[in-house]
Ligand binder design. Structure first.
Ligand SMILES: *[C@@H]1O[C@H](CO)[C@@H](O)[C@H](O)[C@H]1NC(C)=O
Ligand SMILES: *[C@@H]1O[C@H](CO)[C@@H](O)[C@H](O)[C@H]1NC(C)=O
Ligand SMILES: *[C@@H]1O[C@H](CO)[C@@H](O)[C@H](O)[C@H]1NC(C)=O
Ligand SMILES: *[C@@H]1O[C@H](CO)[C@@H](O)[C@H](O)[C@H]1NC(C)=O
Ligand SMILES: *[C@@H]1O[C@H](CO)[C@@H](O)[C@H](O)[C@H]1NC(C)=O
Ligand SMILES: *[C@@H]1O[C@H](CO)[C@@H](O)[C@H](O)[C@H]1NC(C)=O
Ligand SMILES: *[C@@H]1O[C@H](CO)[C@@H](O)[C@H](O)[C@H]1NC(C)=O
Ligand SMILES: *[C@@H]1O[C@H](CO)[C@@H](O)[C@H](O)[C@H]1NC(C)=O
Ligand SMILES: *[C@@H]1O[C@H](CO)[C@@H](O)[C@H](O)[C@H]1NC(C)=O
Ligand SMILES: *[C@@H]1O[C@H](CO)[C@@H](O)[C@H](O)[C@H]1NC(C)=O
Length: 874
């Protein structure tokens, strides 16, 4: 028995190039493991192979051992192996609805030097295709399917079943004529395809569909052949002439041609395609006619093959299931010649009809993976097969409908940036966990549109702003379990919660006004007091109205200011809007700014703006305690900052040098304050005058931004007068050059100014060097960078006591912030994230007490900076 010897090799093909009238239209020929972006035309077939790198992002490129190369075609010299992940998938764009011959080839070739033959599974999308059992180091295994994909892309997945590391050598797709290989069953998996009586193996360009034809002959058969061309006109199977021109006939002229095989799997159901052509010019008194039976049942005939013309005999329906199949091709009574056969193909039916997860869900999670650059083995279909569904997802499984994603758990996944809008496309989502990441921005409104959402966990992120009312409503009526604890500042849930779960801004401060006689900033109160107010805030939120706001006034008379400052006894500094004096309210120190500008606004507007500012609370913004408005006597009362402004600490006169770590902390504080103004306040507040003198330090050297919002209280008349501009809406050197030209004010103007502040923090240099040709600090740093002189950019007073990496990062951040075009400047949220990384690397370095030297800064970093300067910080 066993008439089918195993022909599983990709060597030994016979080739004559330049077969006329054919091209590789629609061929997809992928050489797995060949270098990315490479392509070549195979020397023996002329087929153009391309690298697989564009179709997969996992696995490693490998080469078979050189000793096996010689007898194989180039497409199996390289391979891709998959040491990581259970399932790794190729994603190949195809023409939807086309019938394809899909072929996967595997040649182990001892690529890993282990001489261990693996066994693994291959899937087509969510359907099991076959088990690949590598049985010989130097024999290639070929799996072939005839299949009509229902999607626009095709996933070929290698699945590790615990019996060795999966790999793949080549993937080839060939479009077929859709009227061929029609099956009632579904798709077809190749069992055997042989060219009877042939001396060699053939494929493209002989075969326009690039089917592999392996020679087959037997001792009890005689070879027949013809020199003439066997035509295939009108026969859509287009069996090559070279295949059809050889045939066999039994040596015993009265015996039948007999073929038989045992089924591999109990359920295998076979399709047979037999190709006949007469190759002998018969005499007038000769005839060749025969009938075909399968397992004793008549199948086809009697039948006479045509001379030099291919006739294909097949049946659309499958053969009855049996353990063993016997095909007999027997001459009929009056035939003078024995039967003949030229070529035969046997396929087993395979059900590849299970559809994947709902397309919109697949696209959404795929985009989420890309957006956050998730380093997860998220490959293939998200939900199916169930055993391989993606970690962090749960799905609905209903045999009558496509699977849907119902759970997305990306907790502790290192997510940065904002909450991706792609989540809104997961409309069946019930459970969403994004906790313990570094997500920034606000809680998006689209989350409230997810009608099945029952659990939403956003804890432990860097989120800011107001929770959409839709979510709050759901949370209130208990249809949603919502958690936003431990974010920067998230407001709306009756109170605002910051990292330490201390209720601070908006409402708390308003309630605080009730006991205003104390005139103490909420932040300075004792802990017990705070607790009490928290409860008040919670219970009062419903009843708090504009009217009650109006009735509370944190207003001082000018006489109050005189008393508080002890007749303006001690001056703390001179600001853009007037002098700042030291004062006491009861025992609490305050800073009183006496405004020397005549306001263009009336009392109503001034009061409205000031009240707005009094509601802005953040640990990195100086708290506005109260105000005075008496004609031209105007004043603002702030919390007192014991350590003055940053500028004084950085100036050459100061002997107490701020350490590198302190500087980074200060930069971080200022950045967070600015981020809150931009994203935590509605409408956003643009500071307009970010500079080192406006960054104040408290007794712990914690930094807070001062003077925010003042440009709104004192708007310059249309911002047209340059003199006013330099005075009020910015300081020379810190002023965004683009704003100075266009007068178009955006948050990015503050980002520019912040960049200058950061440069000053890093270098300790004045913003404009008066002694030279008025060199601007950013020009100076750029010159140093161009020279590669990074070492000397950092403040020499630190004597090299800083971590080079974190210094480098800080310079990088600053330089992107001061990009001349606004679009290149990152948003403050990104700056905060980058500074945090910077601080982390500084602290990490500190911990292992290793070297602080600058020597590791090398030229590679310059290239890095240059590329970063083109775009954003990412
Ligand atoms: C290749 O063949 C297809 C169909 O047979 C034809 O449409 C196409 O023009 C051919 N391309 C070339 C480059 O010959
Ligand atoms: C093959 O590579 C060359 C450059 O090496 C490129 O121009 C050509 O487009 C590539 N062909 C394909 C089909 O990728
Ligand atoms: C596949 O198609 C998608 C969508 O049409 C496209 O974005 C992607 O780049 C394509 N992939 C390749 C490898 O051509
Ligand atoms: C794989 O091949 C080996 C060697 O021929 C054989 O022993 C083993 O049973 C095969 N496994 C399967 C699952 O066919
Ligand atoms: C038929 O031809 C093949 C290839 O040339 C050869 O290997 C085989 O022995 C031949 N068979 C007979 C019966 O001559
Ligand atoms: C496919 O085969 C049918 C039947 O022979 C033929 O009519 C049709 O033109 C073929 N299609 C192509 C694209 O070659
Ligand atoms: C030839 O085949 C016939 C029919 O199968 C059989 O009866 C006969 O014994 C065979 N002759 C030889 C020499 O094998
Ligand atoms: C057929 O005819 C040829 C002469 O053309 C003759 O030699 C041969 O014996 C005949 N064969 C049969 C079976 O009649
Ligand atoms: C042989 O017999 C079949 C009927 O069984 C008949 O149709 C055919 O014409 C006959 N052929 C010859 C050459 O006598
Ligand atoms: C997700 O599925 C796993 C396994 O079935 C289960 O343990 C887990 O509780 C499910 N999670 C949710 C949120 O449904």
């Amino acid at each position: 028995m066993g008439w089918f010897k195993l022909f599983c090799f990709l060597g030994g093909f016979v080739f004559i190039l330049l077969v006329q009238g054919q091209n590789q239209s629609g061929f997809i020929s992928i050489d797995c493991g060949s270098p990315a972006n490479s392509n070549y035309s195979d020397a023996s077939t002329g087929i153009n192979y391309i690298s697989d790198a564009a179709f997969i992002d996992t696995g490693i490129s490998q080469k078979i051992s050189a000793i096996y190369k010689g007898s194989f075609q180039q497409q199996v010299w390289n391979l891709r192996s998959f040491p990581e992940g259970i399932r790794n998938c190729y994603n190949i764009n195809i023409t939807q609805g086309t019938k394809y011959l899909i072929r996967a080839s595997f040649l182990y070739g001892n690529y890993d030097g282990q001489s261990k033959l693996p066994q693994f599974d291959i899937h087509l999308g969510v359907n099991m295709w076959d088990t690949v059992n590598i049985t010989n180091v130097a024999i290639s295994t070929v799996k072939e399917l005839i299949h009509v994909p229902s999607e626009t892309n095709l996933q070929v997945c290698l699945v590790n079943s615990g019996l060795g590391m999966p790999f793949i050598s080549a993937i080839e797709l060939r479009p077929l004529n859709s009227s061929t290989y029609v099956s009632n069953f579904g798709s077809l998996a190749l069992f055997r395809r042989v060219d009877v009586g042939s001396g060699g193996a053939y494929r493209y360009p002989y075969d326009v569909y690039d089917r592999f034809w392996y020679p087959y002959s037997r001792n009890d058969w005689t070879n027949l052949s013809t020199e003439h061309t066997v035509t295939t006109t009108d026969n859509p199977y287009k069996i090559p002439s070279v295949v059809m021109s050889t045939a066999s006939t039994p040596k015993n002229v009265s015996a039948p041609l007999e073929l038989s095989w045992y089924t591999q799997k109990a359920t295998s159901e076979y399709h047979i395609y037999m190709h006949f052509s007469e190759v002998v010019k018969l005499e007038a008194n000769q005839s060749r006619s025969f009938s075909i039976t399968i397992n004793g049942e008549h199948w086809y005939g009697p039948f006479t093959p045509e001379y030099l013309y291919t006739i294909t005999v097949y049946s659309r329906s499958i053969l009855e299931i049996a353990q063993k199949y016997d095909i007999l091709i027997s001459k009929i009574e009056n035939s003078t010649l024995p039967p003949i056969i030229n070529a035969i193909e046997i396929y087993s039916g395979i059900d590849l009809s299970q559809s994947g997860t709902y397309k919109q869900d697949v696209d959404a999670v795929t985009n989420i993976k890309a957006t956050y650059a998730l380093q997860r083995n998220w490959d293939g279909d998200p939900c199916l097969p169930r055993a391989y569904s993606w970690a962090g997802l749960n799905c609905s499984y209903d045999s009558t409908k496509p699977s849907r994603v119902t759970t997305l758990n990306l907790s502790s996944s290192g997510l940065t940036g904002v909450i991706s809008t792609n989540i809104s496309n997961l409309v069946m989502l019930q459970y969403l966990d994004l906790s313990n990441n570094s997500l920034t921005g606000s809680v998006p409104d689209f989350l409230s549109q997810l009608q099945y959402l029952r659990v939403l966990n956003l804890e432990k992120n860097q989120l800011t702003g107001i929770v959409p009312t839709g979510l709050i409503e759901k949370s209130k009526n208990n249809s949603l379990l919502l958690s936003v604890d431990a974010n920067l500042y998230v407001c709306g849930l009756g109170s605002c919660k910051n990292k330490n779960n201390v209720v601070v801004p908006i409402v708390a401060s308003v309630v605080g006004l009730l006991i205003f006689s104390l005139i103490v900033a909420a932040v300075l109160w004792g802990h017990r007091r705070k607790q009490k107010d928290e409860n008040k805030a919670e219970s009062n939120i419903q009843t708090m109205t504009t009217e009650s706001l109006e009735s509370i006034q944190r207003q001082f008379t000018f006489a109050d200011l005189i008393r508080i400052t002890n007749n303006f006894e001690r001056i703390l500094g001179k600001g853009g809007f007037g002098n700042v004096y030291h004062g006491y309210i009861n025992d609490t120190q305050v800073a009183v700014k006496v405004l020397s500008l005549s306001s263009a606004q009336g009392y109503q507007q001034f009061q409205a703006e000031v009240k707005l500012l009094m509601r802005v609370h953040h640990r990195n913004l100086t708290t506005l305690v109260g105000y005075c408005y008496e004609g031209t006597n105007m004043g603002l009362v702030y919390e007192y900052m014991a350590n003055g402004d940053l500028d004084a600490h950085l100036s050459g006169k100061n002997t107490n040098i701020l350490s590198w770590e302190t500087r980074l902390n200060i930069a971080m504080d200022a950045a967070q304050g600015l981020e809150y103004l931009h994203y935590g306040c509605k409408p956003p507040i643009i500071h307009r005058d970010v500079k080192t003198t406006n960054i104040l330090l408290n007794e712990n050297l914690q930094a807070k931004l001062a003077d925010f919002g003042l440009s709104k209280i004192f708007p310059t008349d249309g911002d047209t007068q340059v003199s006013t501009l330099s005075h009020v809406a910015g300081t020379p050197g810190y002023l965004d050059p683009e704003y100075a030209i266009t007068y178009k004010l955006t948050e990015k103007s503050d980002v520019y100014s912040f960049g200058i502040v950061l440069l000053k923090i890093i270098t300790g240099r004045p913003v404009i060097e008066r002694s030279h040709e008025n060199t601007h600090i950013s020009q100076w740093v750029r010159i140093m960078l161009d020279k590669g002189d990074i070492q000397n950019i950092v403040d020499p007073r630190l004597h090299g006591n800083f971590n080079a990496n974190s210094a480098w990062k800080a310079i990088e951040i600053a330089m992107v912030c001061v990009s001349s075009t606004t679009t290149k400047r990152p948003p403050m949220s990104e700056v905060v994230v980058k500074l945090k990384e910077c601080l982390t690397s500084e602290l990490a370095e500190k911990e292992d007490e290793s070297n602080y030297s600058v020597e590791m800064v090398n030229m590679n970093m310059i290239t890095e900076l240059n590329t970063h300067q083109q775009g954003n910080l990412s």
